[in-house]
Ligand binder design. Structure first.
Ligand code: AMP
Length: 376
């Protein structure tokens, strides 16, 4: 294999006077038409084969690759993952793909925010920042933004629970919490992540703590299916008032944005109960429930034209490894506090009121706090 490459590069050198030292110089000069992010050297790959062709020499040259999977609509949470990946890898690949398989048939796939132009501008800006910061090993080398036929070469299997296709299912951790509300969600996530890992073959993959169950599912998949990559989890990036940053926050609009903090406030109350020494479920979750009840009462007392109603989908206190609910926190292990809230559409919208992206449908938000182990 090595000899073949050497002889073919020799022939190319004879044909191309600009090609003198590196075989990769030749490859790149042939690819002048390849898509890049404007005002940056970041390549844009649409096809699996193009990623593989780019990846192979990195592997031969022991250049490490960190992968940051995203669905686009990038915000500071995503950028923090990319910064972490650039500190630890020679190359960062960011994937941007809104994976239909992780949306339920009745979910917001068609209105999910797609902001390609601002996303790539944010990546170009971040890449310049990474270049100026000597503490990084690498920069953003590529964006992988495939189409659905590219990612599902045998045809997209559909979003229904009983869809037939090549899926990765990780049970039971994917069946509880988010999986209970969204039964096909983690099947879609695990399947697309496995595909991305196989395409990019990253040494490390970067995920946000914000989606805590996703981190548990991906870690379990990597462990049980012997995927040769390291899963790195980065802290949740928050707005100044504590709201976890999320692409879906753009759906909220001004009125609901203020009240959306309810979930984080409730989880923090539960965290405080744990820090104060409570370990029983009733006390810890009761503190969260009190906050939700109080905030909902306050909203109900307001005029419909001003208030915001919400429904708590769940608030959970679970074992950090299995995500099964616990009655008492084992302080040697700690626990995961997590929850989901549905911010309902605003009543009596006012003239000119900002109702959020897509006109203000109900918005489901999630958040979590890790309760750390305590030394006894
Ligand atoms: P998404 O584009 O929503 O699929 O998210 C892509 C990655 O970004 C996932 O690993 C998320 O957990 C992570 N992420 C999303 N929001 C945040 C946040 N506020 N802080 C840290 N990571 C986040």
């Amino acid at each position: 294999m090595q000899r073949l490459v050497a002889s073919s590069t020799g022939a190319r050198a004879a044909l191309c006077p600009r090609y003198t030292t590196s075989p990769f110089f030749f490859t790149r000069s042939l690819r002048t038409a390849a898509e890049t992010v404007p005002q940056s050297p970041i390549r844009v790959f649409r096809a699996v084969d193009d990623v593989r062709k780019w990846r192979k020499p990195q592997m031969i040259n022991y250049r490490s690759v960190g992968l940051v999977p995203t669905m686009g609509a990038l915000h500071e949470g995503h950028l923090a993952l990319i910064r972490a990946a650039a500190r630890e890898n020679h190359h960062v690949v960011v994937s941007i793909y809104v994976n239909p398989a992780q949306f339920g048939v009745k979910e917001d796939l068609s209105s999910y925010p797609v902001t390609w132009e601002t996303d790539i501008a944010a990546l170009a800006k971040l890449d310049r920042e990474l270049a100026d910061d000597g503490g990084n090993l690498g920069r953003i080398s590529a964006v992988f933004a495939p189409t659905t036929p590219e990612i599902y070469p045998s045809g997209f299997p559909g979003q229904a629970i009983d869809s037939k296709g090549s899926f990765v299912t990780i049970t039971p951790v994917a069946e509880v919490l988010e999986g209970a509300s969204r039964p096909t969600f983690f099947r879609g996530v695990a399947t697309v992540c496995m595909k991305l890992f196989n395409i990019v073959q990253p040494e490390k993959v970067y995920f946000g703590q914000k989606d805590v169950q996703q981190t548990v599912v991906i870690r379990r998949m990597v462990k049980d299916l012997m995927v040769p990559t390291e899963v790195v989890i980065c802290p949740t990036e928050r707005e100044a008032d504590g709201l976890a940053m999320a692409s879906r926050n753009v759906y909220l609009g001004t009125r609901r944005r203020e009240v959306a903090i309810v979930l984080n406030t409730a989880l923090r109350a539960a965290e405080n109960a744990y820090r104060a020494g409570r370990t029983d479920r009733a006390s810890v979750l009761g503190a969260a429930q009190d906050v939700c009840d109080m905030m909902l009462r306050a909203q109900r007392d307001m005029k419909p034209s001003e208030r915001v109603l919400f429904e708590i989908d769940y608030i959970s206190l679970a074992d950090p490894d299995s995500l099964q609910e616990v009655d008492t926190i084992d302080v040697a292990k700690g626990a995961v506090l997590s929850g989901a809230v549905r911010m309902l559409p605003v009543e009596e919208p006012q003239n000119g009121e900002d109702l959020g992206h897509s006109g203000g449908p109900a918005v489901r938000l999630i958040d979590n706090i890790i309760l750390p182990p305590k030394s006894t």
